[in-house]
Design a binder for this molecule. Structure first.
Ligand code: HEC
Ligand code: HEC
Length: 260
């Protein structure tokens, strides 16, 4: 079947958005929603990728308090209706407004009932390691604390699984966040700078060093510019933390869900 992409834009999103703005995600089921029907839509159209009860499969777990691409209900409706272009998340326009509404409501119910996964390890010890031995706060913020060089970790427990967090710590190069591309530059005067790329256009580049120093260069003033998207500027902690400490740290990170 071929559908013109323009037809997406023509779809009447308004009733869906109006419904979603009335729905209370903290309730067991939003008012006016038949939970059994919503579950059927989800089981038929979504569970194949997102797992039974949305606990995750090929697609991410949806039974979490916050969704990265769907913070607001408007965004959630759009993600379901239009999919996430460039990923395996497909559009679901074939469900119609009613089906999309039911699926969205069900996703919100899953989120409202989400319980943080149990992660082995001592959260209090992990917090000490974060501030002390790991010196993580030198590069990461949690709430108002720490320095913003790497990504903010205030809700990292809601964004990453325990396994993903462990990988970030022992294998930081495995997946470098797109907005934190490491760069090395040498100026024509011979000054060497390495850090993360904050911004770049055809003529200039802005670089932040781990020390907190900020640089803005004209590219014509550089004799070398190397961007290495597969090489993180975050050190590996593989040999620094023994297994027990690694578990404590992962338990602490998993507990960070944006509430502090
Ligand atoms: C073919 C597999 C597949 C199907 C079917 C599917 N999804 Fe997804 N979905 C994905 C993948 C993969 C992602 C992650 C995309 C990414 O961010 O790279 C995703 C992402 C999402 C997100 C964003 C998650 C976030 O963290 O922001 C939501 C919400 C979502 N899906 C809901 C649904 C709903 C509701 C349905 C059913 C109507 C559905 N999906 C059907 C694979 C699927
Ligand atoms: C020298 C600065 C630096 C230090 C020290 C550092 N990090 Fe990072 N961290 C980064 C940067 C830059 C990134 C983003 C690039 C990447 O994904 O590797 C990152 C990424 C991460 C991520 C993945 C974030 C995401 O959004 O997926 C986690 C988790 C993390 N760091 C935790 C820690 C912990 C815990 C410590 C201490 C044990 C630590 N970091 C120490 C710079 C640092």
């Amino acid at each position: 079947m071929y559908y013109n992409a323009n037809r997406f834009a023509m779809l009447p999103l308004l009733p869906l958005l109006m419904f979603l703005s009335q729905a209370n995600p903290a309730a067991a089921a939003p008012p006016g929603i038949d939970l059994a029907r919503a579950k059927r839509v989800f089981d038929t159209s979504c569970a194949g990728c997102h797992g039974p009860e949305g606990r995750g499969g090929k697609g991410p777990s949806l039974a979490v308090p916050k969704l990265r691409h769907a913070r607001t209900d408007e965004e959630l409706g759009q993600v379901i209706l239009l999919g996430l272009p460039g990923t395996e998340m497909p559009p679901s326009w074939h469900l119609g407004i009613e089906g999309v509404t039911l699926a969205a409501a069900y996703v919100r119910v899953l989120g409202a009932n989400a319980t943080p996964p149990q992660v082995a390890g001592d959260i209090v010890k992990g917090k000490e390691l974060f501030r002390g031995k790991g010196a993580c706060a030198g590069c990461h913020t949690i709430g108002a604390e720490g320095r913003a060089y790497g990504p903010d970790l205030s809700d990292i427990g809601a964004r990453r699984s325990a396994a993903g967090l462990r990988e970030s710590l022992i294998e930081p190069n495995a997946e470098v966040a797109e907005s934190f591309v490491p760069v090395r530059a040498v100026t024509r005067q011979g000054e060497k700078v390495s850090g993360i790329r904050l911004n770049e256009d055809n003529f200039t580049i802005q670089i932040l060093e781990a020390s907190g120093r900020f640089h803005s260069f004209r590219k014509s003033a550089l004799s070398e510019l190397q961007e290495s998207p597969t090489e993180s500027t975050m050190p590996s902690y593989k040999t620094i933390f023994p297994e027990g400490e690694l578990q404590d740290l992962v338990a602490y990170l998993s507990s960070l869900r944006g509430e502090q």
